[in-house]
Design a protein around this ligand. Structure first.
Ligand code: 4NP
Length: 157
């Protein structure tokens, strides 16, 4: 079993979108029995809340339902359970490295580092912008998910 955790700041825009899109990708390839997926935030403002309505709508337009997800905070124990703890940007990465238990640093990475072909290392935070930001976020996440799954297949399955 391979365990994957996506992490952003609020766990209401980027990481739940990545959870939903990557899960759909994994299901499409018939790998649901091999890969466990979750998401979390480094901040606690939105704990217990569903994804931002704009993120839900954007995902729905691509056939993905993320309405059932609920925000939670990333914690040190996540580094024991998850093989991949994937940050959306440098700030998330820095916050995660502060709670990462010694010896588990190799589990922490930037999500888009698995998709070097994109030439972009961050999924920008769409929270304070317009609808276009959510579309761009999903484009990056869709490409990143395909590359991440290819990596996991090569390495683990
Ligand atoms: P996310 O977006 O990190 O992609 O979930 C944000 C959501 C909420 C806030 C910031 C970013 N906030 O400041 O409340």
């Amino acid at each position: 079993m391979v365990n994957v955790l996506f992490v952003c700041l609020g766990n209401i825009c980027r990481s739940p979108s990545a959870e939903g899109i990557f899960r759909a990708c994994v299901e499409r390839e018939g790998l649901s029995d091999h890969i466990v997926i979750d998401s979390a935030g480094t901040g606690n403002w939105h704990v217990g809340n569903p994804p931002d309505s704009r993120a839900q709508a954007a995902a729905k337009r691509r056939g993905i339902d993320i309405s059932g997800l609920r925000a939670r905070v990333a914690k040190a124990e996540d580094f024991h359970h998850f093989d991949y703890v994937l940050a959306m940007d440098d700030e998330n990465h820095a916050d995660l490295s502060r709670i990462c238990p010694p010896g588990r640093e190799d589990r922490l990475a930037l999500f888009l580092d698995f998709a070097p072909v994109l030439g972009q290392r961050h999924v920008p935070d769409p929270y304070y912008g317009g609808a276009q930001g959510f579309e761009h976020m999903l484009d990056l996440i869709e490409s990143g998910s395909g590359e991440l799954l290819a990596h996991i297949r090569r390495k683990h399955l």
